[in-house]
Design a protein around this ligand. Sequence first.
Ligand code: AMP
Ligand code: ZN
Length: 492
Amino acid sequence: MELYKNQQLQIYNSLSKKKETFTPIHDGSIGMYVCGPTVYNNVHLGNCRTFLSFDLVFRYLKHLGYKVRYVRNITDAGHLENDADSGEDRIAKKARIEEIEPMEVVQRYTIDFHNTMAKFNALPPSIEPTATGHIIEQIGIIEEILKNGFAYERNGSVYFDVLKFNETHHYGKLSGRNLEDMIAHTRELDGQSDKKNPQDFALWKKAEPQHIMRWPSPWSDGFPGWHLECTAMSTKYLGEQFDIHGGGMDLKFPHHECEIAQSEAFCNTNPVNYWMHANMLTLNGQKMAKSTGNNILPNEIFSGENTVLAKPFSPTVTKFFMYQAHYRSILDFSSDALEAAEKGYNRLMEAVNQLDKLPTGNETSMDIATWKQSCYDAMNDDFNSPILIAQLFEAAKFINSVKDNKASVTKEDLNTLKTTLHAFIFDVLGLQEETTDNQNTGKLSGTVELLIKLRNEARANKDFATSDKIRDELAAIGIQLKDAKEGTTFSL
Ligand code: AMP
Ligand code: ZN
């Protein structure tokens, strides 16, 4: 029997603002949509936190035995610099600056995103659709919204009529914003905009002559508004109504509010049963963000090449650090927090590695069945990973006591302990055992850096016999030194 039949999962629903018992639309199957990255830059650790929060959700739902269709899009068009429909397209801007094709930008940063998520051992989604691959679907939805009277065309652009929509529906129900307040707090339109009201948002924008990302439509050669892609792709792959929609907290407004409005205007259906929002990762107390430069890239953490941390940390330790906070809490990134996570992670893995060596006896001094259920209770309580990790440490403490002959365990209980620990550590949290190889990488690079320094000193002293010897002997064991203007680097 599937585990979910015995576990009662509660999910905090951002729409109702309370925890609700989770019941999928179709028994045993779940549709989940998560807003993916805008691929115009390397993903920073903040972005990764949100994607890893939903990797945890995906993994736990699968662990419970659900069949999950997990759709996470790639935003490769339509996301303008300013969320309120102004500024340049982020991808087109990068392409202009770097003098490359927009699709080269998309390719480069999609690959970076995939590589980074793989390093974190995140599972790929079931479907990863792109905005540019769904222009026809987006145009189809705009036509329906126009037909239903909730949008208007002006000079080749189409805008969603928020005030008209709000007469019969509720714009603001997710973000808790009140339309009258929004109107009171926005400046009048400056006469430059085609919008009837500042609250309206673009469904289709006519492309200026210099805008290179453009597609034909009934209204103009142009491009879709950012919010529309998610409505088009979630509807196409999950239906007009589906179970879970996720994203970072900063997407609640306007992005998700607009998604709800679009769906209701398009097919008169509230699209999502459970809205989940992951909280922000901060650095120096400020939100990590691409635009402000206040961020750290995963590779900078793994290589140690950054100004924040005293040493490199592995992807698993970085992920463990993030899971020690609940996904709805703000988490601040710091060297101390990562050091603590590394110590904790090592302590946990040392205990796990003892499991096969533990002596067994006639009785068990810990209630293993209750402990096991506590692990499920933690995850059933809105995916509470810090409580789960605390339970895992309880087990580690018990393992150490058995090892020191201060506690005992029966063969059967040891088996349950082992399968449960493995399930939660490797399947649900998706942590990876740090191989000795991984642990030694830092030591190896330190040693090679030292040899490079000695070689540079030898060269400065014109002792070429020594400098060549260092280079040749490193090459003989498979370490190539590469001299460049900026200094010497090495590869294996
Ligand atoms: P973007 O590529 O800007 O569309 O962002 C991709 C995802 O990362 C979205 O779900 C954002 O909400 C999320 N995100 C952006 N900054 C942070 C942050 N500092 N902490 C957590 N999630 C973030
Ligand atoms: Zn989205």
